[in-house]
Design a protein around this ligand. Structure first.
Ligand code: FES
Length: 234
């Protein structure tokens, strides 16, 4: 099938304003959007810049806005876009460095702010800190996050203020807050009840729609809000 890709281009070093360029390619329906980007880079314009690493939906580096929705280019098949024209833009709310590459530092700064690691100063047991299957199940969904930023950069509250910690950071906090082995919940809940915490979420579900791992992001945010309100980690 013939496909036209309309791609956002910006190079701060060539003096041109941000603009879109179109490329016509022949694609198999089962090609991924990433395959087409690789083809264009290899055959039409080697300066086209985008991030990717694993190419299998694991590393989270190729999040981009495809036909208006945040997606991983390596997971999205051409046939699922239902049309001959595909518009590809950088994810929103972060400074564009070049073409489809954005500055992820504000995103990772927010991630670090919620203490994204196990906190437990109690003496370590001989073998390991045990937990039951039910205790592990409590936060299973939020362990699936790959930090691609699809959720956070689809959130209007983040677009307005990048200091809002955003859905991805709250998902990470959730993963530790509800872990029976962790002792840092109170500290994280205090951080998330602050000015740039969970109350900037207005429950519009963009994050849940955008998550390539199908995490129930809005639900996780709701559970953190409830834990702040009630102090209950059940
Ligand atoms: S390239 Fe790793 S998730 Fe797409």
């Amino acid at each position: 099938m013939e496909v036209t890709l309309r791609i956002f281009r910006y190079n701060p070093e060539n003096g041109k304003k941000p603009h879109y360029e179109e490329y016509k390619v022949t694609a198999e329906p089962t090609d991924r959007v990433l395959d087409l980007l690789e083809y264009i880079k290899g055959n039409f314009d080697g300066t086209l810049s985008f991030r990717r690493s694993c190419a299998h939906g694991i590393c989270g580096s190729d999040a981009m806005r495809i036909n208006g929705h945040n997606r991983l280019a390596c997971k999205l098949l051409v046939k699922d876009l239902h049309g001959g024209k595909i518009t590809i833009e950088p994810i929103l709310g972060l400074r564009v460095i070049k073409d489809l590459i954005v500055d992820m530092e504000p995103f990772f700064e927010n991630y670090r702010s919620v203490l994204p690691y196990l906190i437990n100063d109690e003496p370590a047991p001989k073998k390991e800190r045990l937990q039951s299957s039910e205790e592990r199940e409590r936060f299973d969904d939020t362990t699936k996050c790959i930090l691609c930023a699809c959720c956070t950069t689809s959130c209007p509250s983040f677009w307005v203020n990048e200091q809002y910690v955003g859905p991805a950071a709250i998902v990470t906090a959730h993963r530790f807050i509800f872990d029976s082995r962790d002792r840092g919940a109170a500290e994280r809940l205090k951080i998330l009840s602050g000015q740039f915490g969970v109350y900037r979420c207005h429950t519009i579900f963009n994050c849940t729609e955008a998550c390539p791992r199908e995490i129930e992001v809005t639900q996780a945010i709701g559970e953190v809000k409830k834990a702040i309100a009630t102090g209950d980690l059940g």
